[in-house]
Design a binder for this molecule. Sequence first.
Ligand code: PLP
Length: 287
Amino acid sequence: MIIAYINGRFLPKQEITISPDDRGFLFADGVYEVIRWYEGFFYDMEGHLTRLKRSLRELRIDWKETDSYPSIARELIKMNGFEDKPAMVYLQVTRGAAPRTHSFPSSEISPTIYGYAFDFVPDRKGIESGIRVMLKEDIRWSRCDIKSIALLPNTLSFQEAYEKGMKECLFVRNGIITEGSRSNAFFVINKILFTHPESNFVLSGVTRKNILRIAQESGIQVKEEAVPESSLPAIDEAFISNTSAEVTPVIEIGGMKVGAGVPGPVTRLIYEGFGREISKLKISRTL
Ligand code: PLP
């Protein structure tokens, strides 16, 4: 039986009901977070909590108990028996239920908080061998920095990639590669690591931030500068990052081979650095 969280209670998932007037249902008026549980600890809970608070602030959703996110997530892991397994926790906060109207409802309504945990099998093949991705015009809105549940452009684009046998869709806005439908994008040109700077056109990935730090600690030169689509023939390596894919090499973009068509040395260095960080955290938890 799956135990999920709804508005202060942990219940069997099938017993949870949500109002048809919920603004998440009617307007996609809400935000979410997904965090990885590494058999004993959450990776960068602080980073996810900070981003959740920012997303809520940007949408002016007032969840007074936002600081309870870590304990809700922890409890979901415990109650579902995932303590010693790789797992993820999804948490969604919507503005709440109120008669449908574009203006915000009165301040008396409470947000709807829904969370659940699920076990997770990393895509080892993709991480080891690299993935092929497609390119597509960025059809999203211009507040991609908010982790909003309004993900239709992302799901449509990802589905298109999936149907073409590819693992991600990278977006291009005005000739610039922004990010993936569910990941941040990194490129290596002449040993320098490039990624789109934080802006309203990309989500500030928790993994992205940690990768930038790990890259710097590993002596890799980093530039938070966008890469135009026209520079693709010049790139030596590429990879995507997110909470589940960690560092996943990209070996083909829009039908064009990346470098030698195999995961490159800078990507490997960062991937190994990330792995070492996880191992260290595991050891420090068991001491
Ligand atoms: N960009 C988009 C559009 C995403 O959906 C995600 C993750 O879901 C990311 C980037 C990566 O974010 P994180 O590293 O925090 O998982």
